[in-house]
Design a binder for this molecule. Structure first.
Ligand code: PLP
Length: 511
């Protein structure tokens, strides 16, 4: 602590951090660190065999260590606009600033204490702004709303709320909540033998969530529309499942599917049918819209009309998952959860008998610790609030548009190339994708099998751009996911040159 508050240590440290992490536009940041940097950082980690293993080294030495040795071994996911792996997102400068304010003031947003801190009201203002931005109607129709640590946490809440609601509706009148009774007792009382989660290519975290909330990973059933369009939900199959006696159902709509960016439903008509089915048979509709949901904020022009129409009707859901740390470009960790009634969330998350923790619920603001997984909570709403205030609707729409334009430009490069093929063309066949259907994800492969196996590695070796490896229909594939505010459509040329060079080199050495 010696230097901590003395002599402007924090001021100097912050400006050193910014110098270290700043990127010149002339020399783009590397997407991956050099292997030597990773080895050096690994070797510098405290060694339990050293005599001074846990001896405090002081703030200055620690800062030098972190910035000088550890930071060079971090990847460029925030610093480079060409890190196209995993839908990581990056961080808008204003969101980074907000995150530093969050740390400097370290508010605990656990209870609504309006006389003591404005933080819960800022959180609620951000949630309301998001509801307006995403065209979800009046915030009073989404009174269950909270920030989470990410889409996985939001999916856990989604399945927990679904479980709460589908069983409550079948319990004898006057019963306690499912959260109170527990799943086994509630199922027995409600004469429910099984709770299923019906989805199409649901994200892996849906299965994780099913395990955590006690439904089991095996409860997740993929109802794929067709071999050509496996991301689409087969609504006839959904109806058959819903009709079964003694089975309660949660429908989890993938919007969009993580490998392809494609949507489980095709727009308002299908969502309306799903809503009618859910109402008739007492099912819950959860939309996992971690990144795809943000297609709703794209500019209302013909360029994006297809994507926008794919996401119509999603507002008919009972609950919605969004990620903040992906397309919204706020720092980790940040997610959002919306559901219709706060009482569903309190049924799941209420802290009973903790009067010392309760703040007064007022102006419709719920006590955060009774509607979410955590009790003590980071003020993670502030970076989202800052992004919304600074960028506004237009700025965020323009950011989304830049991402989609770059993804489409990359898709076009791949489609027009001799050696590579787009995947997941859907109705158009396996290797022909309509660019109107491309959002921020481009899935492709090398036509030559040997090249395809090494493709991801060859791209990473260039250090200039980054993609994720994945599998599509059991085969190795490559996935570009554009998720940074730095997205620049000109970068498609780099991909074009890069892919051509990789193919040339491969076939030259194979000869
Ligand atoms: C990324 C993602 C998740 C998991 O989100 P985390 O933020 O990593 O917890 C869930 N669903 C979809 C569709 C995703 O893209």
């Amino acid at each position: 602590m010696e230097g901590g508050l003395k002599d402007g240590f924090l001021e100097r440290a912050y400006s050193r951090i910014r110098r270290a992490a700043s990127v010149s536009t002339a020399i783009p940041a590397r997407t991956l660190p050099r292997p030597e940097a990773i080895s050096a950082a690994r070797a510098s980690l405290p060694n339990p065999n050293d005599a001074d293993y846990l001896k405090g080294r002081g703030d200055q030495v620690t800062l030098d260590h972190m910035l000088g040795t550890l930071a060079p071994a971090f990847n460029g996911q925030n610093l480079s606009g060409r890190y196209w792996g995993f839908v990581t997102g990056s961080t808008l400068p204003i969101a980074e600033v907000a995150d530093n304010i969050v740390t400097a003031y370290d508010q605990n947003v656990h209870a609504h204490l309006p006389e003591q801190s404005i933080s819960t009201e800022v959180e609620d203002a951000a949630l309301r702004m998001l509801l307006h931005l995403l065209d979800l109607g009046d915030p009073s129709t989404w009174e269950g709303r909270t920030f989470t640590t990410g889409a996985t946490a939001s999916n856990i809440l989604g399945l927990a709320c679904g479980r709460e609601a589908v069983l409550s509706a079948r319990l004898p009148p006057g019963s306690e909540s499912v959260g109170e009774l527990g799943l086994l007792s509630a199922c027995a009382l409600a004469h429910v033998e099984k709770i299923q989660v019906l989805t199409s290519m649901g994200h892996s975290s849906i299965r994780k969530a099913a395990s955590i909330v006690g439904l089991g990973r095996a409860s997740v059933k993929d109802l794929l529309y067709s071999d050509k369009e496996p991301w689409r939900l087969d609504l006839d199959a959904v109806e058959r499942e819903l009709r079964q006696e003694g089975v309660a159902n949660i429908i989890s709509v993938s919007a969009g599917e993580v490998n392809t960016g494609r949507f489980a439903t095709t727009g308002f008509e299908e969502m309306k049918r799903l809503r009618e089915l859910a109402d008739r048979y007492g099912a819950w509709i959860h939309v996992d819209g971690a990144f795809g949901f943000f297609a709703r904020i794209l500019p209302d022009t013909s360029e994006f009309a297809r994507l926008r129409s794919m996401t119509t009707g999603l507002e008919l859901a009972d609950s919605i998952t969004l990620d903040g740390h992906k397309l919204l470009n706020v720092p980790y960790d940040n997610g959002v959860f919306f559901t219709r009634k706060a009482s569903t969330l309190t049924g799941v998350c209420k802290n009973p008998n903790a009067a010392y923790l309760s703040g007064g619920a007022s102006c419709g603001i719920q006590t955060p610790l009774d509607i979410g997984l955590e009790n003590s909570r980071r003020f993670r709403a502030l970076p989202v609030y800052a992004a919304l205030v600074s960028e506004g609707r237009e700025g965020l729409a323009a950011m989304m548009a830049r991402m989609v334009r770059l993804a489409r430009a990359i898709a076009r490069v791949v489609r027009d190339s001799k050696h590579y093929a787009l995947l997941a063309g859907g109705d158009h066949g396996e290797e022909w994708v309509d660019l109107q259907d491309v959002s921020v994800v481009v899935l492709f492969r090398a036509k030559d099998d040997a090249l395809n196996e090494v493709l991801v590695d060859r791209i990473h070796r260039t250090g200039e751009w980054y993609v994720s490896g994945t599998k599509w229909k059991g085969q190795t594939a490559c996935r570009v996911a554009v998720a940074s505010w730095r997205a620049d459509v000109e970068d498609a040329q780099l991909v074009e040159r890069g892919l051509a060079a990789i193919a040339t080199e491969h076939f030259a050495s194979a000869r």
